[in-house]
Write a protein that binds this ligand. Structure first.
Ligand SMILES: NC(=O)c1ccc[n+]([C@@H]2O[C@H](COP(=O)([O-])OP(=O)(O)OC[C@H]3O[C@@H](n4cnc5c(N)ncnc54)[C@H](O)[C@@H]3O)[C@@H](O)[C@H]2O)c1
Ligand SMILES: [Zn+2]
Length: 361
């Protein structure tokens, strides 16, 4: 079957997401057709390269892959510096293309390297985790963590192309797969009742990585992200709805020093907190909150939160990037598939919602 093409049209660049089984083998052709610079450097991690390197090796031609570690704690300027060094040693010039091949950590770091090396060279993302395929490879956010906070150093730098091959997910650990699915639920809850229902109805086929169903779920997620970022590249307005679940989610990651939860797992809790907040104000029907809670629970257990206090969470939220002029912006669901952004949530409301969601008083 021919791969799907999904267009992303931001003011700074328009590009296409090519999605389908076997797309990996087509990447060299794809880049040739786009006339992307011919000196190509694949940046990947040892784990990803061991599993799938052979399938993409043709992209790089004679150039050795640049392999860097991909844990969240390596998502730092030091690792980006190693990528610069490899590019410099190989004499990479303006006529070079960086192809990122890994999860969100590799995509964000190597994307940042491409955005800044010689003030910017061509960039292509080939994401290999579900989270990266449905989320981080699209929309141009690249960057690294700083010891004082996550994703504090970065840029908006749209790729020239994104190539998604769901078959690489066969080797993805189940927990990582679930972590990506929570972001899919986020798209359903903010923008698409049909996608929400689909994850609920067909979770068995999705977990079984049945290619057709999985490809469709990824495609629908990509379409939603593509349309949101096309309308608002720099998150001045509509793109903020993608932060649903991320205010409390980021706080939870920070409180636990990015060790206990995968990002998607923290977002799952964040969505539950936002839903409690919305119910508390009468903005969301209890039935819809329950539907969200049930769907999240149906995917499997989340690491516990019972030892984390609402005070710890509140403090972490104060440091969030979503604070604007001292006010916390919250994306609240109003139904499955609809949201509203509010900035008048009180501390008391947040505390009540946190406790209802299972945090310690
Ligand atoms: N740029 C954005 O818009 C954006 C959006 C969401 C998240 N992010 C960032 O993405 C990062 C999280 O990304 P992630 O969840 O992909 O984590 P990750 O990149 O750390 O990958 C998770 C794990 O999966 C392994 N892996 C990757 N592909 C594999 C495969 N096909 N088979 C087996 N193992 C594989 C990796 O080695 C790693 O251990 C965070 O740093 C987050 O900030 C960025
Ligand atoms: Zn996220």
């Amino acid at each position: 079957m021919d791969p799907l093409r999904i267009e992303v049209a931001t003011p700074s660049r328009a590009y296409v997401i090519t999605l389908g089984e076997g797309v990996l083998a087509r990447v060299p052709r794809l880049l040739d057709d786009l006339r992307l610079p011919e000196r190509r450097f694949v940046v990947s991690s040892p784990v990803v390269w061991r599993f799938h390197g052979r399938a993409i090796a043709a992209v790089a031609g004679p150039n050795e892959p640049i392999l860097v570690p991909d844990g969240e704690r390596f998502k730092a300027l030091q690792t980006v510096s190693r990528i610069y060094e490899s590019l410099l040693k190989a004499n990479a010039d303006r006529a070079s293309t960086v192809v990122t091949f890994g999860g969100g950590v590799i995509g964000d770091m190597a994307g940042f390297a491409a955005a800044t090396y010689l003030r910017g060279i061509a960039l292509v993302h080939v994401p290999t985790t579900l989270l990266a395929q449905v989320d981080s490879a699209i929309g141009g956010k690249v960057g690294v963590n700083h010891p004082l906070g996550k994703n504090l150093i970065g840029a908006f730098y749209q790729p020239h192309a994104v190539a998604i091959d769901p078959s690489v997910l066969a080797t993805l650990p189940r927990r990582e797969f679930r972590a990506g699915l929570y972001e899919v639920i986020k798209y359903g809850m903010t923008s698409s009742p049909a996608l929400f229902d689909r994850v609920a109805r067909e979770s068995r086929a999705i977990f079984g990585k049945k290619s057709q169903v999985l490809a469709e779920v990824i495609a629908e997620s990509c379409r939603i992200k593509a349309s949101v970022v096309s309308a608002d590249e720099r998150e001045a307005g509509p793109r903020r709805i993608l932060n649903f679940g991320h205010t409390a989610g980021h706080a939870l990651e920070a409180v636990t020093k990015y060790r206990r939860y995968r990002h998607g797992e923290a977002v799952a809790y964040g969505m539950l907190v936002a839903a409690e907040l919305a119910c508390g104000r009468g903005a969301l029907a209890e039935r819809d909150r329950q539907a969200l809670a049930d769907l999240i629970a149906s995917l499997g257990p989340l690491p516990p939160i019972g030892d984390i206090t609402s005070t710890q969470m509140l403090e972490a939220m104060q440091h969030d990037k979503k604070m604007v002029n001292g006010r916390l912006h919250f994306v609240l669901p109003t139904a499955v598939g609809a949201t509203v952004i509010v900035d008048d949530i009180t501390e008391k409301e947040i505390r009540a919602a946190l406790v209802k969601a299972g945090f310690k008083r």
